[in-house]
Design a binder for this molecule. Sequence first.
Ligand code: BDP
Length: 677
Amino acid sequence: MKNFRLYVLLFLMIPLTTFAEDGSQLWLRFPAKHGISADKMISKGNNPTLNIAKKELMNHWQGQEIELRTEKSLKNLKDGYTIKSSSGKIIIAAEKEIGLLYGVYHLLRLQQTHSSITNLNITEKPSYDVRILNHWDNLDGTIERGYAGHSLWKWEDLPNTISPRYKEYARANASIGINSVVLNNVNASPNMLRKDYLEKVKALADIFRPYGIKVYLAVNFSSPKVLDGLENSDPLNKNVQKWWKNKASEIYKRIPDFGGFLVKANSEGQPGPQDYGRTHADGANMMADALKPYNGIVMWRAFVYSPSNEDRAKQAYLEFVPLDGKFRDNVIIQIKNGPIDFQPREAFNPLFGALKKTPEMVEFQITQEYLGFSNHLVFLAPLFKENLDSDTHALGQGSTIAKITDGTLIKNKITAIAGVANIGEDTNWTGHHFAQANWYAFGRLAWNHDLSSEQIADEWIKMTFTNQQDFVTPVKKLMLSSRETAVDYMMPLGLHHIFASGHHYGPEPWGDYKNGRPDWSPVYYHKADANGVGFDRTKTGSNAVSLYFPPLNETYGNIQTTPENLILWFHHVPWNFKMKDGKTLWEELCFKYDIGVKNVRDYQKNWDKLQTYVDDERFKSIKLKLEIQEKDAVWWKDACLLYFQTFSKQAIPNNIEKPVHNLENLKKIKLNMGHHN
Ligand code: BDP
């Protein structure tokens, strides 16, 4: 009997083990059959990158003969490529081998998404030169704001033991055009620059190189003092300058194509040039000079703010605009999409377009610090696009952030775009299966910011799940609305930063950290009172609207012309203010929270209907996550409405689901998730 049970058990396990769909393959689910044979592939040379391209074709390409060709004349495409059909075969051409590899992944994508592969005439040129992931990984294996397990980098085992996932990671990045990575947290440990760690970094760089990926490091400004006992880390101190020069030479000896440094200075307690009365430009230039002989760059973050009387949304602008023109030409200013901090929706950062002589790059957050971690399904392409497509008016109409940063309007020597990675050692890499789509979307938009969210979702769904239209259509719909849904159940109408302190998971609009930093308090951001709610950033308030170029300063400065999805970002709005649909602000707020919850419930119903199209493992995992998302959405709605109701003193409209929680109980919830701010 016992044996029989064992057999039954084993029998049941066969399909599971054979067909397990654990998400580890990401979007790279090419047919298991063999690909093209070597004699159907024409290519000269035997370069490691080219060899990967050929191997991918031999393993996965089911179509006709292919020629891979490097052509000097294609230099203007940078690491782009052309794919052309020509008398029965397909020719992929590029200036460099990496372009050929990108072309191969493009072709495999066409095959995987059942797109036409006849009469091809494709020319691709990347929007940005540096398409970079920022890992916020610590040397102890934890990840700041990481929700997919521990760090992929096994620092203790490196450089001798090499995890097979390093290569898989590099391949996944190459498949979407990501060509750079910062390995460590912006809150950087000085130890990152120790000799033994540089050996480890070199090991990773060697693995990534054939996939076209350059390694960068986040550096701690105090490194000279902390690591080697210098008297200080003052950027104008000759010894300090020399220290950085030596460090650069030490790095480039090991890693000749090392990318450069990412620096968070004088922000949230990190050291920086201002500790010595110097400017951000002094600090950045010192490092830029050290990296210059090797063509390295400095990505200097504009995410600086301190607890002062000045509106946090203005601080980066006020700090950096006076420094325009003072930076070396191998410095680029890395700016978060919004002026606060990766909120579900922010106005764009007014610093975009304000620096005319200094290259600027956008930093997005792929990891969902403020969007339900790896529990909530939130497709971020619409958020990224909303920012890139925002018209700053800096150089007249049409000065979108995309065009300001990609070299179209301001001729930058360096163009770049960064995304804070959501990758960890979880089997499915990102915790939530759908969070893979955000890694994918970042890469695709870094390559081509003109792609639509819809096209990206379409590709990703087909590659990751199935081409069956009955699956693709509803899932696409769900993904495309998911970001707005999250905004609705968390922070509609321009509300922001009303998260529980520290971990930033749930709601805490009542948070008022009198003994901590007021600028980390939710009440600082929503300013609810008997009259209304919202942050007055007009002339009568902080006047942050004045930092925007005309006509946006007027548009945002006037409550009637401010887009309603940002109304509480820019205005303190009376509870009975009439919204465009005729509702009062209070009613609209109730309606928004409610619709957010309803949408998540719809996602659940729709997902359930799709069971037959998805393997069991992923189906169940996603179903469970949606259950959490639904509970959280109700939690958000109840917490925010019950709390704001104590100010509005108005009833929740009848057609809106009544809160199921009680405010006093909600206030008692304390999640033990650590973290400082
Ligand atoms: C905030 C995070 C914090 C980061 C910081 C940053 O809460 O953990 O260190 O941004 O970007 O979003 O430097």
